[in-house]
Write a protein that binds this ligand. Structure first.
Ligand SMILES: Nc1nc2c(ncn2[C@@H]2O[C@H](COP(=O)(O)OP(=O)(O)OP(=O)(O)O)[C@@H](O)[C@H]2O)c(=O)[nH]1
Ligand SMILES: [Mg+2]
Length: 442
């Protein structure tokens, strides 16, 4: 924590500019050894920009640079830090970094954000959201991560945590009172409190499941008989001519995977081999993969042309996630579709927005996420689930009159699960795991 770290914070390759970040106590003095005019930098106030030349220490100029100067605690890391912008030729950034590394150390992945956390500027859920934002696959995922960085989730969890701690305090008081023969505490009130906490925690959990989908992408599999129009729909949804389409049944064999954004939601879409009995061993392998993907998918779009063949025994397990699609509606007439079916025509671009509506409805994706804290991280969701089961155990213990020691114990476990999310007392191992997922420079 006491040394000066630096790293490139923009992507490699050529660009208009490259940016390096240097952070830690003594950063401004260190950079001034390689900057002219040095006095201008040494006197620069926080949140200011200084223009000058970066040199190699012996006066040989490497590049013209702009330094954004931040003074503790008003910086990303809450330490003195500088963001150095140089020309975007990768070899210039490398030479500058090389010179800085004679006096500083290369930052580990996520180390700038780790320092922001260790210096108390952000909580752990905010730190993890920084990484989510960098890797977000769609606009809704970005919004959710941004909200977390702003601390929405952290504040909501802290509030739940305070309520758990208060309930625990009541239990501990009850234990003391019993020792001193004082009147006991209001049991109904305690029960109501724990029930209320449990309700809020469960709501956060339920929404969290769709939050995870926001981050990882909803998996949708196109399936159905050969020639039903799967690859045509695949191309239409991606708005690009990705899959081979021919009038010959059995065109697609190996599956295709692409990602796209559907009304702001990240979707992973699979086009698969048509399902039929086949003697061709290559096609058989393709069909086996179609089944494997259907199993993994969150939703299956089952295309059929003409009469609905029904859902056979081999698809029974997947029934709840199937949306039947009547295809080629421009040449096939569908007088009355069964409930829950959608008709589409890729040829005349009809029914595609009904399909989008249906997908969003079937996945119960939140239509708005701006005003609610949302869990989007599976580590957080797992911790919340541990907290919920401790809260349930506390309620059961209360119902069974198990004694305040037991209830207090369950409440302590519930609190510690939420503390894991906020990083109140995280272990080194947990911190190492979280920050190692970051890229160097963040
Ligand atoms: N008129 C019309 N033809 C379509 C439509 N969608 C697909 N087709 C045609 O149907 C044929 C089969 O389309 P594909 O998209 O290759 O069908 P598939 O389900 O991927 O077929 P396999 O890969 O063999 O399983 C092609 O000739 C397409 O042009 C549609 O909406 N309207
Ligand atoms: Mg195909």
């Amino acid at each position: 924590m006491n040394d000066i770290i630096c790293a490139r914070i923009t992507a490699g390759g050529s660009a208009a500019i490259s940016v390096l970040r240097i952070s830690g106590k003594g950063t401004i003095e260190l950079v001034s050894e390689f900057f002219s005019p040095p006095k201008k930098l040494l006197k620069a106030p926080g949140n200011s920009i200084v223009y000058g030349n970066f040199h190699d220490g012996s006066g040989r100029i490497i590049d013209e640079v702009l330094l954004s100067v931040f003074r503790a605690p008003h910086s990303y890391t809450a330490e003195d830090s500088i963001e150095l912008s140089c020309h975007g030729n990768p070899s210039i950034a490398e030479r500058i970094l090389g010179i800085l590394l004679s006096k500083a150390r290369l930052a580990n992945p996520g180390e700038f954000t780790l320092r922001a956390y260790l210096n108390g500027r952000i909580d752990l859920s905010q730190a993890e959201a920084v990484n989510d934002l960098i890797t977000a696959g769609s606009s809704k995922a970005e919004t959710a991560a941004l909200m977390q960085i702003k601390g929405f989730l952290g504040r909501h969890l802290s509030e739940i945590l305070d309520r758990i701690r208060e309930a625990r305090l009541r239990c501990e008081l009850a234990i003391d009172f019993a020792d001193q023969d004082l009147p006991g505490i209001d049991l109904e009130d305690l029960k109501d409190r724990i029930r209320g906490i449990l309700r809020d925690a469960e709501a956060l959990y339920t929404e969290g499941s769709s939050g995870i989908k926001l981050r990882e992408g909803v998996k949708i599999c196109l399936a159905g008989a050969p020639n039903a129009g799967k690859s045509s729909l695949f191309n239409a949804l991606l708005k690009q001519n990705r899959a081979i389409v021919t009038p010959m049944p059995g065109t697609t064999r190996d599956y295709l995977e692409e990602s796209f954004s559907l009304r702001g939601y990240p979707i992973v879409l699979w086009d698969t081999a048509g399902l039929r009995d086949s003697d061709d061993s290559i096609e058989q392998e393709g069909i086996a993969r179609s089944y494997a993907l259907m199993r993994e998918a969150d939703l299956i779009l089952m295309l059929y042309e003409g009469d609905f063949p029904g859902i056979g025994d081999e698809l029974r397990d997947f029934e709840s996630k199937i949306i039947p699609l009547a295809s080629k509606a421009d040449i096939v007439s569908y007088p009355k579709l069964p409930e829950g079916h959608v008709s589409i025509s890729v040829e005349i671009k009809d029914g595609l927005s009904d399909l989008a509506e249906m997908i969003i409805r079937r996945l119960s994706l939140p239509s708005k996420i701006i005003d609610r804290p949302l869990i989007t991280n599976s580590r957080h969701l797992a911790a919340l689930s541990r907290g919920i089961s401790s809260l349930r155990d506390a309620l059961t213990a209360l119902d069974l009159d198990a004694g305040f020691e037991i209830i207090a114990f369950e409440l302590i476990s519930a609190a510690s699960a939420l503390e894991d999310i906020l990083g109140v007392l995280p272990t080194d191992e947990l911190l190492g795991k979280i920050f190692s997922e970051f890229c160097v420079g963040k």
